[in-house]
Design a protein around this ligand. Structure first.
Ligand SMILES: C[S@@+](CC[C@H](N)C(=O)[O-])C[C@H]1O[C@@H](n2cnc3c(N)ncnc32)[C@H](O)[C@@H]1O
Length: 391
């Protein structure tokens, strides 16, 4: 087996008999084999040379130099080199970010990023043209971050058996070995069952998963109101619907203007009527006509939340809250017995104004902050639900 690891050009040299002289096994003063571990294993009598290297970084640098081109070196080993240098730099209280490791080893930053499983600027291009702000344990040094380039993308290395941070459209999870989560694994983070069907390109599906209300959380909330006929606004791929359906609510109709979202939704809820228009263009009569003579007991949905995370803006006049107003418009006309509106935690800054809006329309409102980790989710997702009951 050891023999298989020796590259052909080395085998040629070996045949010619020059090999032993040209390439001695190199050990550091403290006995560690820096170069030629496999040669030594293949032939314990191989010539040895002891080089007086005591400096940890010098040692790694030599290992890297003599092994960099070896195709048989697994990425784990290369990651090990980078982490060794990182540890040493940290010990010396020097900068230990990707750039510093690259500098110490005299190789490119992108190579180190590859070893560490950190997405480089290049690998990110299809998703975002910008640089990445953070990578958990491989945290970039403050000085390495160009804040002008940083978008809200977040990168996390997930420890085996560990919990998950909030999954958003633009967060990326990596296993400890550097591999990115598969779409199915992302769906599992949100507690979608494994037979849930997603339709679209990788990016579109990732958006649907990250945007979704976790079915588990939706189920938890859906239990708080009596079973009934429901319609959903801003339905996405149907995460929230799935939770509601599980509890026994019957979903009659939904609206979502994203085509791939509609397709995913249809694949999982073939009986639900789908209206794929922009909510702004939907007349109430149209909803009533499509639902037919069936009674609508519940309206639920999570309007997109751009404006809500910005404290300090004038909530009522902010254009970004237009879709929240659309939710109210539909509610006002349909007047179901109950409604559930989901949103991000930031919406709490406007809690009183929102409650007032709903109360004006004839609803008593309860506001609940639900924390994923408190309801048996592995994901630390915090979401706010406005639950209204007609007075
Ligand atoms: C936060 S996501 C909702 C996810 C969904 N609740 C779930 O659990 O899967 C918001 C959705 O609203 C949709 N949307 C945004 N603007 C819209 C509009 N003007 N009309 C209809 N849908 C819209 C987006 O495409 C997105 O899928």
């Amino acid at each position: 087996m050891v023999n298989n690891l020796i590259p052909n050009h080395v085998k040629e040299l070996e045949k010619s008999g020059k090999w032993k002289q040209l390439y001695p096994v190199i050990r550091s003063k403290d006995g560690e084999i820096i170069d030629g571990k496999h040669r030594k294993a293949a032939d314990p009598n191989w010539k040895e040379e002891v080089v007086p290297i005591v400096d940890e970084i010098e040692k790694v640098k030599m290992m890297v130099k003599s092994n960099l081109d070896r195709k048989d070196k697994p990425i784990e080993e290369k990651r090990g080199w980078a982490l060794r240098v990182r540890k040493e730099l940290k010990k010396r209280k020097e900068n230990y970010g990707v750039r510093s490791i690259a500098h110490a080893l005299d190789i490119s930053k992108s190579e180190i990023q590859r070893w560490l499983g950190v997405p480089s600027r290049d690998t990110l291009l299809p998703f975002s043209r910008k640089l990445v702000p953070m990578f958990d344990e491989y945290m970039l040094q403050e000085s390495e971050i160009n804040y002008k380039d940083v978008r809200k993308d977040s990168y996390h290395t997930i420890k085996e058996g560990g919990s998950y941070p909030t999954l958003k459209r633009r967060s990326w999870f990596f296993h400890e070995d550097g591999g990115e989560f598969s779409l199915r694994e992302y769906a599992q983070v949100q507690d979608f069952p494994n037979d849930f069907i997603f339709v679209g390109t990788k990016e579109k599906i990732k958006d649907q998963i990250g945007n979704a209300v976790s079915p588990k959380m939706a189920e938890y909330v859906a239990r708080m109101i009596p079973k009934g006929n429901a319609i959903e606004l801003f339905a996405g791929c149907g995460g929230m619907s799935l939770g509601f359906e599980k509890v026994g609510h019957k979903i009659l109709w939904m609206n979502e203007f994203n085509k791939m979202g509609c397709r995913s939704y249809h694949a999982n809820f073939p009986k639900v009527i789908i209206n794929p228009k922009d909510i702004n263009d939907i007349k109430i009569n149209e909803i009533k006509k499509e639902v037919g003579n069936r009674r609508i007991d519940i309206i639920f949905g999570g309007p997109p939340c751009q404006g809500f995370s910005l404290a300090g803006v004038n909530f009522k006049d902010d254009d970004r809250n237009k879709l929240y107003k659309e939710f109210i418009r539909v509610l006002k006309e349909i007047k179901p017995k109950y409604f559930v509106m989901e949103n991000v935690k930031g919406i709490l800054s406007f809690k009183e104004e929102i409650k007032e809006d709903f109360e004006k329309e004839g609803y008593n409102v309860e506001v609940k902050l639900i924390k994923g980790e408190e309801i048996g989710m592995k994901q630390k997702r915090h979401r706010v639900f406005f639950i209204g009951k007609r007075k």
